[in-house]
Design a protein around this ligand. Structure first.
Ligand SMILES: Cc1cc2nc3c(=O)[nH]c(=O)nc-3n(C[C@H](O)[C@H](O)[C@H](O)COP(=O)(O)O)c2cc1C
Ligand SMILES: CC(C)CC(=O)C(=O)O
Length: 389
């Protein structure tokens, strides 16, 4: 596993003379380039959010309301970016959030799930592999090398299939299961609904279902012979709106791997999750893709952290820069994940593009700590932030 020295300042500057592909990119430029590179239906699907996207935008601007207090002469010549999660010491607190259709964001070959895993292996930044993928989870896991991978589970409304997906994730070597609970049905996404982006895309990211023995046993003909019927069956089983807290004991009993619940924004839910025996709480509003009119995820983070107590909290939604990562950590997250920035990096430059996004983000994170006098990401606290007036 690469040590965190890889993205320390010196190497970053080396990067400017050739190691980092092209030049460091601010998020706005990355987004512009991604829009130019991606087919319109894929761009709409990835960039879009729920309703008029106010919550999605508020996720991003929420970070502007906090500022890191700069300190001087603080002994931050060497920085420790590492964090610990479920017995793994990770070189940095950054993670790659699960993104269904990340496969298609690899515009050259459509193998984005595998490419993302290779970038995870090269950078030591863990990947959370989505249930919705172009390539089966077993093949994705093989690309991860020594870097931990977590499997994100959309629990279908078929318990036997849910169990089968979890068993496969365990056998493939994933080291945690993340159950996403904010997408038990799809959100109101006008960009998708108007140009029918997602319906065209979804058939291409069902490899985990089509390769599953339980899923296959539900079909009259194998997916290779009748993909339309298989996709239709998937549409029937994907949504699981009847899932409640009563099902949590069953979900918990499915695995002895660390279990996280993703989509938690309310402190009551965080408390309930902890009481139900989960190992981690994943505070996220799905990047504003599911419900509009809600709170920015960052605003929910401190209360979720307080409610979770000793249980670690992972955060995503709106993270666009190194300083954003610092703010989420200071508000109590143990690790911080990116969704759209990773998808855009892949779209703009394939493997090199995604690696560039990851390395730029980590370099900016490290450089900001160096300048503002913080020697350790794990030691950041809320007291290091002030509200911006
Ligand atoms: C195109 C796209 C597909 C996504 N697919 C999944 C998914 O399959 N499972 C999941 O739990 N979250 C999914 N998410 C949500 C991300 O995991 C994450 O919560 C979100 O992207 C974070 O916000 P950000 O994009 O502002 O970084 C998806 C997000 C995007 C943009
Ligand atoms: C198929 C979808 C549910 C994938 C997803 O989580 C998303 O588009 O946000």
């Amino acid at each position: 596993m690469p040590n965190h020295g890889d993205w320390q300042l010196g190497v970053y500057l080396d990067g400017l003379t050739g190691k980092v592909p092209e030049h460091p990119m601010a998020y706005a430029e990355l987004e512009r380039r991604a829009e130019r590179s991606m087919p319109p239906e894929l761009w709409s699907y990835v960039a879009g959010g729920a309703g008029d996207e106010r919550t999605q935008n508020a996720n991003v601007t929420a970070f502007d309301r906090w500022g890191l207090m700069p300190r001087v002469l603080a002994g931050a010549a060497e920085r420790d970016l590492s964090t610990e999660l479920f017995g793994h010491r990770l070189p940095t607190p950054l993670m790659l959030a699960p993104v269904g259709v990340i496969g298609l964001c690899d515009l050259a070959e459509g193998r984005g799930d595998l490419v993302t895993a290779r970038v995870a292996a090269a950078t030591g930044v863990p990947m959370i592999a989505s249930t919705l993928s172009q390539d089966p989870m077993e093949e994705v896991a093989r690309e991860l090398g020594d870097t931990p991978g977590w499997f994100q589970l959309y629990p279908p409304n078929d318990r036997e299939l849910t169990e089968s997906l979890v068993r496969r994730a365990e056998a493939a070597g994933y080291s945690a299961i993340v159950v996403t609970l904010d997408t038990l049905t799809l959100g109101w996404r006008p960009r998708d609904l108007s140009i029918a982006g997602f319906p065209q895309l979804k058939g291409q990211c069902l490899a985990n279902y089509f390769s599953d023995p339980v899923f296959r046993s539900r079909l009259a003909a194998p997916p290779e012979e009748d993909p339309e019927a298989a996709t239709g069956h998937w549409a029937m089983i994907f949504g699981n709106q009847r899932l409640t807290w009563d099902d949590l004991a069953w979900l918990r009993s499915l695995t002895s791997l660390p279990l996280l619940l993703k989509g938690i924004c309310s402190p009551e839910d965080a408390r309930r999750a902890v009481d139900s025996g989960v190992d981690g709480v994943y505070c996220s509003n799905h990047g504003g893709r599911q419900a509009n009119g809600g709170l920015p995820a960052l605003d929910c983070l401190p209360e979720v952290v307080d409610a979770a107590g000793e249980v670690p909290v992972v955060f995503d939604s709106g993270v666009r820069s190194g300083p954003d990562v610092i703010k989420a950590l200071a508000l109590g997250a143990r690790a911080v994940a990116i969704g759209r920035p990773a998808a855009y990096g892949l779209a703009v430059g394939g493997r090199a593009g995604l690696e560039h996004v990851v390395r730029c983000l980590l370099a900016e994170l490290d450089l900001t700590l160096a300048i503002d006098g913080y020697a350790s990401t794990a030691a950041l606290t809320r007291g290091d932030l002030r509200p911006v007036r």
